[in-house]
Design a protein around this ligand. Structure first.
Ligand code: MRU
Length: 346
């Protein structure tokens, strides 16, 4: 059963607090834009598509008490709120896509009185939520065609229901393959430093009764060498115009290993994850996070307090290492530039 990662209940946003999983399935209410900013920053809600929808509802929370009498005044509130929410995490482009979409919706309704513009924004956020559900299921059906019976699949981080509204991108494909009785086996990288693989992905796969094995990040090469991985499926936080992919730190390691061992690496991502303003991955902003995340494991110190730390949250996998990108508009194969451009203008 899909998990409802984010909901709108009685004028408040309700999310699963992902920092508490897998030990506690706790839902928290987000009543204002500041709490939404913190929820995104602290990874209570995370994963590119989920952050997008959170951003859309954050815009509602941040502007609903506006006393603006005209669209022009209201737009100032919208711009301020979008700037604030956009400062939470820089890499997942779905956040910026969602903030812009809400701003565009307001502009399209700018001839209406402000209360009616506000109502249109809520409708738009709901529409985005529904689209995410549909798009993930469509990508799952397409991606499933790439999975054969009994295959052993490796995934990294969490690209499941928890990273979207309720179903997932890369894990959506695995859910679909499982539903179709393909008897797959999934290996999950723990995904240091914040362990999204160990905490979230294993939880989601076990819930669906999928055969899952957790490994430390440094074990993937050995498994590949032994011929125990057939395919890799991962999500994405931003894909540049040439097909370079930003995803959770460690994805690039896997991609290099996969090429060496002749294992295809597939990226599953909706069109909202593409950023045509960037021609290559080198311009994708990479979030640098607090060193304490590396010096600790689940809050327990594992390194000296004063050791220097490098903690980028994402890396860039060059398009040349990606076997295909599965989107709701089809499976893209290299060379990517043309096909991405065509899909975006359609
Ligand atoms: O830092 P996170 O947990 O938000 O990173 C998430 C990822 O890297 C996911 O793989 C990505 O957002 C794709 S999710 C469908």
């Amino acid at each position: 059963m899909p998990v409802a990662t984010i909901e709108w209940v009685n004028g408040k946003v309700r999310i699963i607090d992902q920092t508490k999983l897998p030990h506690k399935l706790e839902r928290v209410e987000i009543k204002n834009v500041r709490s939404m900013w913190h929820a995104i920053k602290k990874l209570k809600i995370r994963g590119a598509p989920a952050i997008g929808v959170a951003g859309a509802f954050g815009m509602i929370l941040g502007t609903r008490d506006s006393k603006a009498k005209s669209y022009k005044e209201f737009k100032k509130n919208l711009d301020r709120t979008a700037g604030y929410l956009g400062s939470s995490r820089p890499t997942a482009v779905n956040l910026f896509w969602a903030l812009k979409r809400i701003e565009r919706c307001a502009e399209e309704h700018s001839f209406l009185p402000v209360p009616e513009i506000k109502a249109a924004l809520i409708k738009e956020a709901f529409k985005m939520m529904k689209e995410d559900r549909d798009v993930c299921r469509r990508m799952a059906s397409l991606g499933d065609k790439l999975v054969k019976k009994g295959e052993r699949i490796l995934t990294h981080c969490n690209a499941g229901g928890l990273a979207t509204v309720d179903y997932g991108t890369a894990l959506g494909v695995l859910f679909k393959a499982n539903e179709r009785g393909k008897n797959i086996k999934v290996f999950v990288d723990e995904t240091r430093p914040l362990l999204q693989g160990a905490r979230l992905t294993t939880w989601e796969l076990l819930k669906e009764k999928i055969d899952v094995t957790l490994i430390c990040d440094n074990m993937a090469a050995f498994l590949m060498k032994k011929g125990e991985i057939d395919k890799i499926f991962v999500g994405a936080d931003r894909i540049a115009g040439n097909g370079d992919v930003a995803n959770k730190i460690g994805t690039y390691n896997l991609a290099v290993l996969a090429r060496y061992h002749k294992i295809p690496l597939y990226v599953v991502a909706p069109i909202s994850t593409f950023d045509l303003t960037l021609s290559s991955g080198k311009d994708i902003p990479i979030e640098q996070r607090d060193g304490r995340e590396v010096r600790t494991v689940m809050g327990k110190k594992v390194a000296p307090d004063n050791v220097k730390v490098y903690n980028p949250a994402f890396d860039i996998t060059p398009a040349s290492l990606v076997a295909a990108i599965i989107t709701e508009k089809g499976i893209f194969r290299p060379p990517y530039s043309k096909v991405i451009k065509k899909a975006m203008i359609r």
